[in-house]
Design a protein around this ligand. Structure first.
Ligand code: ATP
Ligand code: MG
Ligand code: MG
Ligand code: MG
Length: 560
């Protein structure tokens, strides 16, 4: 590409809303251009990077036997009503009506559409396993779009969906994707960790996230310094909560053990203003649970009357334990004393008095069960905290890092198959549900996370695998012989299929050097009269800023 004819528009000023380096650099380097909050145009440089990341993804997905398709951005509401997510998904789901008053959504993800495809075409176990994937534009009406491509409203995702006849085969499909993801992020030049994750609104059981380690990441992760245990903080709590209680009346609690409204709002993915009603939460089976946030004034338990089937109270310190005793006592008189489970750490010194207090006759409590004998589940919650002993190896200490979630893999199991009747005939000719997995990569987020990990004060340092160009030729003087040499070199590189940007602009050397560092192409060939006299050009590496003179006729080989 000739710079003089290109739509590469670099900017000197820092954009106002850019609070992290990678966002600033992608805008200033002319990679992306904002259209509206969270909505971007990929300019030529940006699109080249997106295409390179996509190509790596395609190669690794194809190598695992996945097949590429392209599903529509617009999806009919009927599919979302069938899966139950029309009601579940909340405001991130952009809904609209067509001219005939029919409801549609702009897809934030494609489980429904792909499930519909499979139930229509797959009718025998012989047609499985299958893995369908796409690289496609998603829309999520994020509460706070920010950080450029990292948290956009409209963004490109690679999403894959596997279909298998039984859970052990789903495990095989999942492992294949895990392996592909490892290879993809390594090839993109990133330092990442795989962590145990919560499965969020998509639902399902086992799930892991691929986290690019970075101080600007929005996810907290805990990593053991001795064994391979690593988990998202969200998961470190919910893992505990999913264990069935001994009493048996609480099967799955979604209590995040959160202490502030802000944390609960983040956990539930709803705005804080909406939280009053979200404190009462329905699970997949329709059971209603109540979140109890200790120390909060907004709690209005009378609202829970008649709808709540289980209440779980938890206390992590003595102060909380006291208010917990009070709350428990308050539940009887308003008729909410059925199926209450209280969990508290026996190491808390007030435990006995709190239990006695809450059990006193005047509270009228009938069916409250206290779990005084704290089990491993509860200690797990505490070891979610930095510095505590790891719950897996029981030796190492947990260390906290911030991570950018670039990929997420899930074993969905039968969640969608049951709701949407995704079935096929098994070997005995009987109908069976199909086991499903889903696997996502944020393509733009991945490219930007790479910038976050690879830059310096002057600009981006692209790894060659996803750099917009591999080589840049910088012409310093406009003499005929220099022009001729640059054009010759450019033609030669192009012929050898090397992706090359040729800065042939009528600009001062200083301007060209600044742009060179900002855009971050790995190798530059600097051609000027001074070195030309000695039959030489200069080769410079962006990463180390190392320069070296090289004879003109050896320069091509040097680059290769
Ligand atoms: P987050 O926790 O950051 O909101 P998510 O868990 O909602 O992400 P998934 O549903 O797991 O996202 O989607 C798969 C991948 O899509 C994510 O791992 C991430 O890389 C990417 N992604 C999700 N939301 C966005 C967004 N708003 N902008 C850019 N990429 C995104
Ligand atoms: Mg999200
Ligand atoms: Mg997430
Ligand atoms: Mg996720």
């Amino acid at each position: 590409m000739l710079f003089s004819k290109s739509a590469i528009y670099t900017i000197k000023e820092k954009p106002k809303d850019a609070t992290i380096d990678s966002h600033e650099l992608l805008i200033r380097g002319g990679f992306i251009s904002q259209v509206s909050s969270g909505v971007y145009t990929y300019m030529p440089l940006g699109l080249k990077v997106i295409k390179k990341v996509s190509k790596i993804i395609e190669e690794e997905m194809d190598a695992k036997g996945a097949q590429q398709i392209l599903m529509p951005a617009v999806q009919p509401a009927e599919l979302w009503i069938e899966s139950g997510r029309w009601n579940e998904y909340g405001k991130e789901l952009l809904r609209f009506k067509d001219r005939n008053d029919r409801d549609f959504v702009v897809g934030p993800t494609h489980e429904e559409v792909v499930s519909d495809i499979v139930r229509r075409y797959v009718n025998s176990y012989k047609q499985l396993p299958i893995n369908l994937y796409q690289i496609q534009t998603k829309f999520r009406d994020e509460i706070r779009p920010r950080f450029g491509l990292m948290r956009a409203k409209e963004f490109i995702m690679k999403d894959a969906y596997s279909f298998d006849t039984d859970p052990s085969l789903l495990d095989v499909s999942y492992e294949k994707m895990r392996d592909a993801y490892n290879r993809i992020f390594k090839r993109c030049g990133m330092n990442f960790r795989i962590v145990q994750a919560d499965s969020g609104a998509i639902g399902g059981k086992d799930s892991e996230e691929f986290m690019v380690l970075s101080n600007v990441g929005e996810d907290e992760i805990l990593v053991c310094d001795t064994c391979d245990y690593a988990a998202n903080v969200e998961k470190a709590t919910s893992m505990v909560n999913e264990k069935p209680s001994k009493e048996g009346h609480i099967e799955k609690i979604h209590t995040p053990f959160a202490k502030t409204i802000g944390e609960v709002s983040k956990f539930l993915n709803v705005e804080e203003s909406e939280l009053a009603k979200s404190l009462f939460f329905k699970n997949e089976k329709g059971e209603v649970f109540c979140f109890v946030i200790l120390g909060s004034d907004t709690l209005n338990l009378t609202k829970a009357k008649n709808v709540v089937s289980s209440i779980e109270l938890s206390a992590l310190d003595n102060r909380e334990l006291k208010s917990l005793g009070l709350i428990a006592g308050f539940l009887g008189p308003i008729g909410l004393d059925k199926n209450i489970r209280i969990i508290a750490d026996t190491r808390l010194k007030d435990i006995d008095s709190a239990i006695v207090g809450a059990n006193e006759e005047n509270y009228h409590l009938k069916n409250v069960s206290f779990k005084k004998d704290v089990n491993a589940e509860f200690f797990d919650i505490r070891s979610a905290q930095e510095g505590e002993i790891c719950s897996q190896c029981k030796k190492g200490k947990l260390k906290k890092y911030m991570g950018i979630e670039v990929g997420h893999i899930f074993k969905l199991g039968l969640k969608y198959s049951k709701f949407m009747n995704v079935v096929c005939l098994d070997k005995e000719g009987k109908q069976q549900y199909i086991y499903m997995g889903c696997y996502g990569i944020g393509v733009g987020r991945c490219a930007q996370a790479c910038v976050e990990q690879n830059h310096d004060a002057d600009g981006i340092i692209w790894p060659i695998s996803i750099a917009p160009f591999e080589v840049e030729i910088i012409q310093l003087d406009k003499t005929e012989e220099i022009s001729e040499l640059c054009h010759l070199l450019y033609a030669q590189l192009k012929k050898s299929k090397i992706d090359c940007l040729f800065d042939d602009r009528d600009e001062r050397a200083g301007v060209k050097f600044k742009d060179m560092d900002l855009i971050g192409i790995p190798i530059s060939v600097i051609v000027g009269s001074k070195n030309f006299k000695n039959n030489e050009v200069e080769i410079r590496l962006r990463k180390t800023k190392e320069k070296k003179l090289c004879k003109i006729d050896e320069c091509f080989n040097e680059i290769m």
